[in-house]
Ligand binder design. Structure first.
Ligand code: ZN
Length: 375
């Protein structure tokens, strides 16, 4: 078709909150998280069936209505689990990646990746390059690890990965809410770009970082890169530091990663321009999750504000009852329970009960229980 209109929307999803946490006491952290988001639907992805079973069990032991879901279970069990999830007989599904593609449930409130995913969302299928295995597989893994460790705004990194540039930052991811200290990156970025040019844009980030730090390993020796004048030019910093600098050069569009060629780094016109006329650019260091166990429980904005737990569960129960009677999934009856319970709680605080018309059946007993509470 010639002159066809192309409609392409942004990959960005403004209503999502992204957060990466160190995997320390992971199961315990997940239990804590779910219990503090009681009654909300969520999916947890694990890479192995075994892990799926184990985690589902630890959630159940902790009083969470959760079930496992993976390809090793028979179709009837899987269908039943999916139905229970939609009908809110369970809150959480622990699944291998296979789950969730065809699921029609608009009110899933959280998705947790227990393991570092093999690829950044959908990338694996989209590029369809599983056959090149070894090398590419490793590349992908590095990609997701570096996503996790990056201290740059999460959606910004993700969108950049999918070839989309985001202006500014989202203001609502863990990195935006707990920003790392910025420092002047002009010289660091220039140095990294010079090294990329020096090796004729034929090497990937990992290798460029080795040259910068002066790491004399077999790959470096194979190309005699230890004999380059610039070898070790950035040895006052470590690998991790330089990889973060390179990643931020990618996000600034100074550099492109040639995905078709195992991720070789190439300079863009903007990168060459920057080398000629460097200017101030702020950068941040990566998270070091191994070191920073102290930011445990940093929280973030995932919770969605103050909510009255009791009211929330009353509303949920009522909704479920109505749904059962009408043989419909609960979200069809009303989807925004947190919103309504927030509104009702506000009425409670302001004492404006009379003007409250919605869901009287719930509000009356609730009002009475509040009264009892006061006496
Ligand atoms: Zn952000």
């Amino acid at each position: 078709m010639l002159e066809a209109e192309v409609f392409k929307d942004s990959f960005r999803r403004i209503n999502l909150y992204y957060e990466v946490r160190p995997k320390i006491h992971a199961a315990k952290e997940i239990v804590k998280y779910i219990l503090s988001h009681k009654g909300k639907s969520g999916i947890i992805y694990c890479l192995s069936r075994k892990k799926v079973e184990e985690l589902a069990q630890s959630l159940q032991v902790n009083g969470i209505k959760a079930l496992p879901y993976h390809a090793g279970m028979d179709a009837a069990t899987r269908a039943r689990t999916q139905d229970m999830f939609i009908m809110e007989d369970i809150d959480v599904i622990v699944a291998t990646i296979a789950f969730g593609m065809g699921i029609d449930k608009p009110d899933v409130r959280f998705v947790i990746h227990f393991d570092v995913p093999k690829s950044l969302e959908g990338y694996y299928q989209e590029t369809g390059r599983a056959g090149r295995d070894g090398e590419i597989g490793k590349q992908l893994l590095l990609e997701t690890v570096s996503y996790a460790e990056s201290s740059v705004c999460r959606p910004k990194v993700l969108l950049n990965y999918f070839g989309e540039q985001m202006e500014g930052v989202c203001g609502n991811c863990d990195n935006c809410l707990n920003p790392k200290e910025e420092f002047e990156g002009k010289n660091y970025i220039s140095t990294a770009l010079e090294v990329i040019l020096e090796v004729k844009e034929r090497f990937k980030a990992e290798h460029v970082a080795w040259i910068l730090t002066g790491t004399k390993n077999s790959a470096i020796k194979a190309y005699s890169h230890h004999k380059l004048e610039i070898f070790g030019i950035g040895s006052e910093k470590d690998d991790r530091f330089w990889n973060a600098i390179i990643r931020q050069a990618l996000i600034a569009r100074f550099v492109t990663k040639d995905i078709d060629n195992y991720g070789l780094l190439k300079l863009n016109p903007a990168g060459l321009e920057f080398l000629d006329h460097p200017y101030s650019i702020k950068v941040t260091q990566d998270h070091d999750y191994e070191k920073s166990m102290d930011n445990e429980g940093s929280g973030g904005a995932g919770g969605g504000g103050v909510m009255d737990e009791e009211l929330f569960s009353l509303l949920k129960d009522l909704r479920k009852k109505i749904a059962k009677k009408n043989q419909l999934p609960p979200f069809v009856i009303v989807s925004a329970i947190p919103y309504y319970s927030g509104r009702i709680a506000k009425y409670r605080r302001s004492g404006g009960w009379q003007s409250l018309q919605i869901w009287k059946g719930i509000c009356r007993p609730y009002k009475n229980s509040c009264r009892r509470e006061r006496n």
